[in-house]
Design a protein around this ligand. Structure first.
Ligand SMILES: Cc1ncc(COP(=O)(O)O)c(C=O)c1O
Length: 362
């Protein structure tokens, strides 16, 4: 049996350090937004060359609080990609704003800048690009469009911790960069967690209040906020893994490179644009024989997942927005062809060879 991720294996490799850090937290009796969270915020900000980092309860909250803190809400439109996890669109809708979906680039499957400009209206306030599967969206073009139309950029970096464009990390291009520490992410906690990166001190202040019940001082509430705080145990775990994140990502890249070599010419491979550093949160192939490949893999004990079988604009939950099949054909075709294969730092070379052989024979 080859799983999609092997979190137990990773835990076993770092068990001693994890137990030490968790014991430290338990003995400190400071469990929420304490010194470990502050240390993590500092280190992640530094890693990205950004001045502020704020720990929150999840990646979804990182996006939601960003939209909220940038003053976006009822009557506003936010442009995003339909080829993402549903949370990206949910975060927009929580604030009362309307998500506007534009089609994706055929090669990277990231939001297509050319399509963004066509959908800008007087109501558009922001763009949320998602660095899908760990490959950076085209931030140079997206930033140019945002400047021209005075729009904010909220980067969804849930899948792209450590990804780069010309040496600059995703999460450092937009007004905010939003990260998820969901356990299976490249940098994953042992529970939920998230982080917002930003350079604007006043927006950071707004998010600091929003994540803690609109509170400025103890029991002084300036606005109605949320309970969205990162806890100390998760921050401690993340500090241990942060020390290894470059090594983890490099290993993912090596696995991807071996897959590329073995699957070349048989299925459509993930691309890496010149200047970009893909961190392969997912290794995603495309094939019109996708369902058959997945069945054969399953029969031979290999896990694989379709991220995502239904693009967001065609989800039942957003039927009220009025999109129809055919509206965003590139994203729709991707949903019919994509298949993500096991990829994680500890994945054995022999397993990759076995998986490639099954696919090539399918
Ligand atoms: C692209 C994307 N955006 C947002 C999220 C939401 O993150 P979380 O699960 O931490 O709320 C996820 C992950 O699950 C994701 O993959």
């Amino acid at each position: 049996m080859i799983p999609m991720v092997d979190l137990k294996r990773q835990f076993n490799d770092i068990k001693e350090e994890i137990f030490t850090v968790i014991t430290e937290v338990l003995e400190s009796s400071q469990y929420i937004l304490g010194p470990k969270v502050m240390e993590l915020e500092k280190k992640i900000a530094l890693y990205h060359g950004i001045s502020e980092a704020l720990g929150v309860a999840s990646g979804t909250d990182a996006l939601h609080l960003s939209v909220e803190a940038l003053g976006i809400g009822e009557g506003d439109e936010v442009i995003t990609t339909p080829f993402t996890f549903f949370a990206t669109a949910e975060a927009i809708m929580y604030t009362g704003a309307t998500p506007v979906f534009v089609d994706i680039e055929p090669d990277t499957m990231n939001i297509d800048p050319v399509e963004i400009e066509k959908k800008i209206t007087k109501k558009t306030k922001a763009i949320i690009p998602v660095h899908i599967f760990g490959h950076p969206a085209d931030m140079e073009k997206i930033t140019r469009i945002a400047r021209k139309h005075d729009l904010r950029i909220i980067e969804d970096c849930a899948q792209s911790f450590g990804a780069e464009i010309d040496g600059k990390k995703t999460g450092s291009f937009g007004d905010t960069g939003c990260f998820s520490f969901y356990p299976s992410k490249n940098l994953g906690a042992f529970g939920d967690g998230g982080m917002i990166l930003l350079n604007d001190g006043s927006v950071a202040e707004a998010i600091r209040k929003l994540r803690n019940h609109g509170s400025k001082g103890q029991y002084r509430h300036e606005s109605v906020g949320f309970n969205s705080r990162l806890d100390e145990i998760q921050a401690g775990v993340l500090l241990v893994k942060l020390r290894r994140i470059d090594q983890y990502n490099e290993l993912r890249r090596k696995k991807a490179s071996l897959y590329n070599q073995l699957l070349s010419g048989r299925v459509e491979l993930p691309v890496e644009r010149p200047g970009c550093r893909h961190v392969y949160h997912q290794y995603t192939i495309r094939s019109s024989g996708r369902d058959q490949i997945q069945k054969v893999l399953h029969d031979k004990g290999v896990s694989s997942v379709v991220y995502y079988p239904v693009p967001v604009h065609l989800q039942e939950a957003v039927a009220f927005l009025g999109y129809r099949k055919g509206d965003l054909p590139v994203a729709e075709e991707a949903s019919e062809k994509v298949l993500s294969l096991p990829v994680y730092p500890e994945l054995e070379e022999a397993s990759i060879r076995e998986i490639a052989e099954i696919i090539n024979n399918a």
